[in-house]
Design a protein. Structure first.
Length: 83
């Protein structure tokens, strides 16, 4: 093989690798991997709360906690099985 043939093969290989990287990056950029349900869930929330809404919340008689504490459950004592 001549030196010129090796140079042509090297240049063509380099161009092929660059094209491969470019098209792979373009494909990754245009393809979304997030499902539509998740996209809807991660949209930013609207935190604009009017004073009327705050006053209505203050007027509530009963407030429900965000987390519930576990209630004490009655446990039975084990008994011997007789036959």
């Amino acid at each position: 093989m001549e030196e010129r043939d090796l140079l042509i093969i090297s240049i063509l290989t380099f161009i092929t690798v660059l094209a491969w990287i470019f098209f792979d990056a373009y494909h990754a950029y245009t393809t979304s991997t997030i499902p539509p349900e998740l996209k809807m869930q991660i949209e930013p929330l609207n935190f604009n709360i009017s004073l009327e809404e705050i006053n209505e919340l203050k007027k509530r008689v009963e407030f429900f906690p965000l987390t519930s504490t576990p209630s004490a459950t009655k446990t039975s004592t084990p008994s011997a099985i007789t036959r």
